[in-house]
Ligand binder design. Structure first.
Ligand code: ZN
Length: 400
């Protein structure tokens, strides 16, 4: 075996609904061949001039669609890694370059769905008032831990807990429904988060993060929206850079990248949802200010990739600084996580009750309240004028 053989340092599996990601950590750059085989379903990867490092000889248990992992060092120095599958899958692989967290990684994405998967036929029914849909987007996940505090708390875990609380609170409310872009410890590329939210007809996109700073005394919550021009200040620009680096850390293959031109076109159609984003962000910032100190008392702007939906009002909430050890300890507690979730929900509700999307149950509730207020006012007037017929005249008025 050649002395310069690349070593496999670790094999990691991340299962998300519909997809399983296998990450093979390598000591250096490597080439590979990948084959999908049937009967039984399996993925075979051959890495020339590679071997299993001493730390990787115990392979991880299966997860998601992967039933098990095995390997063999073949003559000629080729390492063969086999993923035994529970069912047929689609496979996509790419080599991800080193970043501040990891070295070279061979990433294999397995899709549970067959390639010819087609969405179910839409059955047209008479229109019925629908729920408002809020996409809850816990930042980072899987191999991208986000910021890490001095006590070892990962941002990805804190924001998932807050996101789950928020989604549960939303689902408990009349006329509202949550959709989570990530509901487990796995990585989702930034544009995929937007795409998922739009595919679920989200009326609002709320990305949840926990900020970090080299200065451990910096604390407080902030709320951001997309900027079409520059960032509101240098700190906002640096934050956007850190959050946008998620794709590099999580390992996004080149084919996932949207061309520059497409990005520019998106920017142009974006301004319509900007006003809505700003209103919603202000409502959330105001209600967060009741439970948290606020780092910026105005909504901040920067070029966050995850907020680039052209037609879904979007915001990014930095709940607090995980780099402040006191805040880190608080952010770990379920009580604090729930308190933050409640505050975000209060802001989101205020926004939708003052800007109800047409055709939603909330729009009906708002209209009904307005009618009731009108009736009450009419009744009061009628009582004042001692004209018993007046209240009826208002109550029987046409509804639209
Ligand atoms: Zn983050």
């Amino acid at each position: 075996m050649p002395a310069h053989a690349v070593e496999v340092r670790q094999i990691r599996l991340w299962a998300s609904p519909g997809d399983t990601r296998v990450v093979i950590d390598l000591s250096g750059r490597a080439t590979h061949d990948l084959f999908l085989l049937r009967d039984p379903d399996r993925v075979v990867m051959d890495l020339p001039d590679a071997r299993m490092g001493s730390g990787a000889r115990t392979v991880p248990p299966g997860a998601g669609i992967v039933r098990g992992v095995r390997y063999a060092e073949r003559s000629g120095g080729t390492l063969r890694v086999v993923l035994d599958l529970r069912a047929a899958a689609t496979a996509k692989s790419f080599l991800s370059p080193p970043n501040e967290h990891y070295g070279y990684r061979l990433v294999v994405d397995l899709g549970d769905r067959p390639a010819h998967f087609a969405p179910a036929t839409v059955i047209h029914a008479p229109p019925r008032a629908r729920d408002v849909v809020i996409a809850v987007d816990p930042g980072h996940g899987g191999e991208d831990p986000g910021a890490t505090g001095v006590y070892g708390t990962h941002e990805k875990n804190v924001v998932l807990a807050i996101g789950r609380d928020l989604a549960a609170d939303i689902d408990a409310r009349r006329g509202m429904r949550a959709y989570m872009t990530r509901d487990g410890d796995y990585f989702v590329p930034l544009r995929e988060r937007m795409r998922k939210a739009r595919a679920h007809d989200a009326d609002l996109f709320v990305s949840i993060h926990a900020d970090s700073s080299h200065d451990r005394d910096v604390a407080g919550a902030s709320v951001y929206i997309l900027s079409l021009r520059g960032a509101s200040d240098e700190a906002a620009r640096l934050l956007a850079e850190r959050e946008n680096a998620s794709d590099l850390i999580g390992g996004v293959s080149l084919e996932d990248k949207t061309p520059v031109l497409a990005s520019v076109l998106l920017d142009l159609s974006q301004s319509a949802s900007m006003t809505a984003s700003e209103q919603a962000a202000q409502d959330v910032l105001r209600s967060l200010g009741r439970v948290e100190t606020v780092h910026y008392d105005r909504v901040q702007q920067a070029r966050f990739v995850v907020l680039k939906s052209p037609d879904v009002p979007s915001m990014l909430v930095e709940t607090n600084y995980i780099s402040d050890p006191r805040e880190e300890l608080k952010l770990r507690t379920p009580a604090k996580q729930m308190q933050i979730a409640r505050a975000i929900l209060a802001g989101v509700r205020r926004y939708f009750y003052s800007n109800p999307p047409p055709g939603t149950r909330i729009a009906q509730i708002v209209a009904a309240r307005a009618r009731d207020a009108l009736v009450a006012a009419g009744a009061a007037r009628a009582a004042g004028a001692a004209r018993p017929g007046a209240a009826h005249a208002v109550a029987d008025a046409p509804r639209r």
